[in-house]
Design a protein around this ligand. Structure first.
Ligand code: G3I
Length: 322
């Protein structure tokens, strides 16, 4: 289909290496990850974040990010790059500095310029600003916001556009999948703010960490994507898809999960500007979910024993014939 360019899975470094009971599990994991019949795209879940790329002020390190960027290049996968400016997983020096507007402007510009330049030409897209909104749709009171207000968002996009003009520049967030929710409204305001200021933004990433209370229908997803593209962004994507289950799994919750995955895929196929879907990893034991939400899990498509969830077949079915 003209619009849909990829279906992919993010993968972790360094977490993957630490958690995988090597080597047997990892060999199987790696074979699936690199199989072009399974995934045409990947994203590093951690390795390009500030903590890893600028661990000391002005000292840049691309080792972790290169693991996944290199894998993408070696296996012909589209690469989404994640994330230039985020309040989380910041290097301790960033958190421990007393910033003035001028010093913080300079630090953001230097970080974005260096990191985006390093991967110039290799990222289909960059998540330039990640999770700048609170649950009520107002700006998150992050270190960046508290010193610079919304100016930091413009600054990050401008620096990214300069450093890697060919990458699609995204605003990326969770909880912006439902049309009409206060947080979706906040994301629409943020996009409009950039467009009105003449700052380039090419895409909106709906992370889509879905669960029992938030699992939009296909029509909901379509309506949300149409609201974003109506503001003039060239593309939208599902960037961190997973659907977590209250453990243990059973036929009922797995069927409900499959429906939630189907809704995302159906909607993305229907909306020409929906360029792709990325799972936030694909193997349940490597998911972020159980660490963050004890008692929940099985959010991805491959169980611990490498058999697939019912959602896997549902997705194959949805994409068949495209
Ligand atoms: O590298 C350290 C290791 O040295 C240490 O021994 C170990 C002990 O816990 O932690 C390791 O770091 C972990 C890191 O992932 C690498 O695996 C951190 O504790 C852990 O907090 C971190 O979690 C990541 C999380 O972002 C941080 O908020 C997840 O892997 C990652 O999947 C998750 O991804 C985010 C997206 O970037 C943005 N959207 C939400 C999404 C899920 O939270």
């Amino acid at each position: 289909k003209a619009g849909l360019q990829y279906f992919g899975a993010a993968t972790d470094t360094p977490g993957q290496r630490e958690r995988a009971p090597f080597p047997a599990t990892y060999a199987t994991y790696s074979a699936i990850l690199t199989n072009p019949r399974e995934f045409g795209q990947t994203t590093p879940t951690n390795g390009m974040k500030w903590l890893f790329t600028e661990p000391e002020a002005g000292v840049f390190n691309y080792t972790e990010g290169e693991v996944v960027a290199g894998l993408a290049a070696a296996t012909g996968k589209t690469l989404r790059c994640h994330a230039l400016v985020w309040h989380n997983q910041l290097a301790p020096w960033v958190e421990n500095t007393t910033w003035t507007p001028d010093t913080l402007r300079a630090a953001i510009t230097r970080h974005v310029a260096n990191v985006a330049s390093h991967w110039k030409g290799r990222c289909h897209a960059w998540d330039v600003v990640n999770e700048a909104l609170d649950e009520d749709g107002t700006y998150r009171k992050s270190l960046f916001y508290n010193v610079l207000g919304e100016e930091y968002i413009k600054l990050a996009f401008q620096a990214a556009a300069k450093a890697d003009p060919g990458a699609k520049l995204y605003y990326n967030d969770y909880g912006i999948e439902r049309p009409g929710s206060v947080k979706t409204a906040g994301a629409l305001r943020l996009v409009k703010m950039l467009r009105d200021a003449g700052v380039r933004i090419d895409g909106v990433g709906m992370q889509a960490h879905l669960h029992a209370d938030v699992h939009p229908t296909a029509q909901d997803h379509v309506d949300t994507m149409n609201a974003f593209t109506a503001l003039g962004v060239a593309e939208v994507a599902f960037t961190e898809l997973d659907v977590r289950i209250e453990m243990p799994v059973n036929a009922t919750n797995l069927a409900w999960q499959a429906d939630s995955y189907r809704a995302v895929a159906t909607a993305c196929v229907r909306v020409p500007k929906c360029v792709g879907i990325t799972l936030w990893d694909f193997y349940d034991p490597f998911s972020w979910v159980p660490d963050t939400f004890p008692g929940q899990g099985a959010a991805l498509l491959w169980f611990d024993n490498f058999t697939v969830h019912p959602a896997y077949d549902v997705l194959i079915d949805t994409f068949k014939g495209l």
